[in-house]
Design a protein around this ligand. Structure first.
Ligand code: ADP
Length: 404
């Protein structure tokens, strides 16, 4: 078996999937959670329907990795005899900035560079670096490790798309620009869509709508990201579960003054208290918003309307930016599962050439399928994302390349 371990480390969690790349199946998956504030492990082996939930002690990422090795190699949840059976590890990294435009092998220098980008992604990059160091310490010496960046896919954006209207010196000095995120997902789903349509991705103009707790929309022209809704951080763009998306920057300084917020407090306000949660007062989960809409909750209906309206505007803007549009795709927890959001986004878009089969759309959850009608000028699809699989594929590709 060609086993690849995919790791997605946050400041207090370490999510993992072990994939058998012979058939791309998931052998085991789970999460070491509450790192630094206690510790909890949840470990699943789908083939055995095995689930382990256990409180642990995870002072740092190192103990979490040690526990991961233990559950993969011993006890009822054991899936390998030893960690040397794992051919490689692929790490998801949020911010690669302008240094990394593709996945690469992990070296000491690469870890330092990722850590060095922490100022641009304080919540993510430093924990990634800690996890990379912990992984190198715990795994058998010589296990190849690869880093795959959320931002890399968007490095093809032209300056007219990624620069803000701020003094140019601050782009040069402080690297203030749009980076875009969810790149691995947008790359995976746009390639999967091209394959499903039986077309070469080079010939397609796609708007990829990744709608989850965090959401972003990307214009993919000929397989390349040419613009995307998230920006300098994953806060920009459309309304999200608890994130505000785009607001007039003057509203930010105004609210800071009114509430007496410092920058950290303002960041918490925009990242954790806004979005669906702040607008609706109902919650951050789309299902709760949709249920409240059914009950006639006016703020939930307003929240839902704002979301749909913003998505529509991005579709229109990106069709203009690309001078054409062949397909719109929906992915992520909301995009794959919420027929309500898909229907509302595609409503009144006939002028644009978008027409979906409403009855069919209502039946679709997490399935790769076309939901537009045969006479729709622009195809509309639901495309389930799988970032872990693409990270595992990239990991093997980078290793193969490094051996050439
Ligand atoms: P993350 O950005 O954390 O990866 P997900 O992609 O898992 O998030 O998406 C989570 C969102 O998907 C939540 O708002 C949730 O309500 C929504 N969602 C999940 N399942 C459904 C469903 N069956 N119907 C409607 N929305 C759903």
């Amino acid at each position: 078996m060609n086993l690849v371990l995919v790791v997605n480390a946050g400041s207090s969690s370490l999510k993992y999937q072990l994939l058998n790349m012979d058939d791309e199946s998931v052998i085991a998956k789970g999460n070491c959670d509450r790192i630094g504030v206690g510790g909890h492990l949840s470990h699943k082996v789908p083939s055995k329907s095995y689930v382990l939930e256990q409180d642990c002690d995870f002072p740092t990422h190192t103990e979490a990795f040690e526990k991961l090795v233990e559950v993969l190699t011993t006890g009822e949840g054991k899936v390998v005899g030893s960690m040397s059976e794992i051919s490689a590890v692929g790490h998801r990294i949020v911010q690669g900035a302008e240094i990394f435009d593709r996945a690469c092998m992990v070296t000491e220098e690469v870890i330092d560079q990722i850590d060095g980008l922490s100022e641009l992604a304080p919540v993510h990059n430093h924990p990634h670096a800690l996890a990379l160091r912990a992984c190198s310490k715990v795994l058998p010496k010589g296990t190849p490790q690869v880093v795959v960046f959320d931002t890399a896919f968007h490095q093809t954006m032209p300056p007219k798309a990624f620069l803000f209207g701020l003094p140019y010196e601050d782009y040069k000095e402080y690297h203030v620009r749009k980076y875009g995120f969810h790149g691995t997902s947008h790359r995976f789903v746009s390639a999967a869509l091209a394959e499903a349509m039986g077309k070469d991705i080079k010939d397609l103009k796609i708007v990829s709508c990744h709608l989850g707790n965090g959401s972003s929309i990307t214009a993919v022209d000929g397989g390349k990201s040419v613009d995307t809704s998230m920006g300098f951080t994953p806060l920009d763009g459309i309304l999200m579960g608890t994130r505000c998306g785009s607001v007039d920057p003057s509203a930010v300084t105004f609210v800071m003054q009114k509430h007496g917020f410092d920058p950290h407090q303002m960041s918490e306000y925009m990242n954790k208290k806004s979005g669906f949660l702040g607008l609706s007062g109902v919650g951050s989960d789309n299902r709760d918003i949709q249920n409240a809409c059914l009950e006639g909750n006016e703020r939930a209906i307003l929240t839902s309307d704002i979301l749909q309206y913003q998505i529509k505007k991005y579709i229109g803007a990106y069709a203009a930016a690309m001078n054409g549009l062949d397909a719109v795709l929906f992915t992520g927890g909301i995009g794959e599962n919420s027929w309500e959001v898909r229907e509302a986004v595609c409503e009144n878009m006939e002028y644009f050439g978008i027409k979906i089969d409403k009855a069919y759309n209502k039946t679709i959850r997490g399935k790769l399928t076309k939901i537009s009608t045969p006479d729709s000028k622009i195809e509309v699809w639901v495309v389930p994302t799988n970032e872990e699989l693409l990270i595992a594929r990239d990991t093997l590709a980078v290793i193969a390349e490094s051996k050439k």
